[in-house]
Design a binder for this molecule. Structure first.
Ligand code: NZQ
Ligand code: ZN
Length: 383
């Protein structure tokens, strides 16, 4: 079954359409969420507020959502929404702001502590409509039904998902991403590539259309990121990267597959939970190390990956697979991402603690089921 109800509005000068999208769904008063203030510098806030006012949509605002968003902010948002009697949420920002919006919506729909939902103690249900204006392409949260929040008291970076959490409408104007610092553009590119590969490297066979779709997304991200390194204001490159990131995790890429592997994400979320690492940077370190550890379990798929993405034609299957992984690392280095845990100052003696955190819910992964010891081995390879 494939279903994605989010209305995606994509292109230059589209932010002005947000007010109409909200109004036509009968929403009268939104909670506007944002991060640390980039939206005030690049004109996004002004354009959004003008559109709300033009369409007589009322709003209250709550800023200060940080990357790797935290549970305390979710509680604050639930309180504000209840007090101000808002009937919808508009998230303006990246995955962190959008995920906070989803968690607030989930919390409003639940008579108890919202963290229960992350612990799986109750199903996520809400009728609070979510709208987004995306300002950084990375997570796909603008067009999916997941949210990741850190319980900062317990070092748990966990997720929720529900059909009710798909945004009603999301706006992507790629030109607002001209203002991104380079490392954020690169983090987003790594996240998009990793989403594709998490889904690609599972045990599904003969799903040629989705494999070729995956190759197309990854190749587009590689090429667009290259172009943006030379010219961060290249609109077409921004637009190609943006659409790729959305398609990487809006469920299209899951069609006919078995749900993907997701080990690299589990491990990275534990890194972020302890050290506040940017999600993409953590993935640039973890996924190639995970590949080193598991590729032999499904070598023919790594051969196709190496051939199709990086044009590697020479060598034995083992040599080709290794060359593909090496090319991925090389690309991450080229775009100035870290590829080793030692580069981001994670203490070596902390590795067992990270492995324990990542296996708190049991074994992870699909290509190879990984226990705590496997995860520790991967972390050592990543060091
Ligand atoms: O806070 P502001 O001022 O907005 O600055 C942000 C933030 O510092 C900045 N930024 C965003 N747009 C900008 C801009 N700066 C200048 N110009 C712009 N146009 O970028 C920084 C990072 O923002 P953030 O929202 O944290 O980035 P991202 O979209 O990568 O989100 C990462 C979070 O999403 C989670 C990650 O784990 C992480 O917590 N994920 C969510 C997923 C989902 N919901 O489906 C899946 C992912 O795998 C991921 O786990
Ligand atoms: Zn991700």
């Amino acid at each position: 079954m494939f279903s994605n109800p989010t209305c995606l509005i994509f292109g230059k000068d589209t932010i002005k359409r947000i007010g109409k999208e909200i109004k036509k769904r009968g929403v009268k008063n939104v909670l506007v969420l944002y991060g640390s203030g980039s939206i005030f510098k690049n004109g996004v806030y002004d354009a959004a507020v003008k559109s709300l006012k033009d369409n007589e949509v009322g709003f209250v605002q709550l800023g200060g959502i940080k990357p790797n968003p935290v549970l305390s902010k979710v509680y604050e948002g639930i309180k504000t929404a209840m007090k101000e009697k808002t009937d919808g949420i508009l998230a303006i920002g990246g995955g962190s702001v959008i995920d906070t919006a989803k968690a607030i919506a989930a919390g409003i729909g639940y008579d108890g502590d919202v963290w229960d939902l992350f612990e799986g103690k109750a199903p996520v249900k809400t009728n609070v409509p979510i709208f987004t204006i995306l300002t950084i392409s990375a997570t796909g949260s603008e067009m999916n039904n997941g949210a990741v929040i850190t319980n900062e008291g317990e070092n748990k970076k966990w997720s929720i998902g529900s059909p009710d959490l798909f945004p009603k409408a999301s706006i992507i104007d790629p030109s607002v991403q001209f203002s991104l610092p380079w490392n954020q553009t690169a983090n987003g590119a790594v996240d998009a590539i990793t989403h594709v590969l998490e889904l690609y490297f599972d045990k599904t066979e003969n799903n040629m259309i989705m494999d070729e779709y995956s190759h197309a997304i990854v190749k587009t991200v590689l090429k667009s990121t290259d172009l943006l390194m030379k010219n961060p204001s290249d609109y077409d490159a921004r637009a190609n990267l943006a659409l790729s990131a959305t398609l990487a995790l809006n469920k299209t890429n899951s069609v006919g597959r078995q749900g993907g592997d997701w080990s690299s994400h589990w491990i990275e979320h534990s890194l972020s939970a302890f050290y506040d690492v940017a999600h993409g940077a953590g993935l640039a370190i973890v996924m190639p190390a995970w590949m080193d550890y598991v590729y032999a379990e499904c070598i023919h798929k790594w051969v196709v990956f190496a051939e199709s993405i990086f044009g590697i034609t020479a060598g034995t299957p083992d040599e080709k697979a290794k060359a593909g992984i090496a090319e991925l690392r090389k690309f991450y280095k080229k775009i100035q991402q870290p590829t080793k845990l030692s580069e981001i100052n994670v203490p070596y003696e902390d590795l067992p603690k990270i492995a324990a955190n990542a296996s708190m819910k049991g074994k992870i992964g699909n290509i190879k089921r990984l226990d705590q010891n496997d995860i520790l081995n991967i972390l050592k390879l990543a060091y």
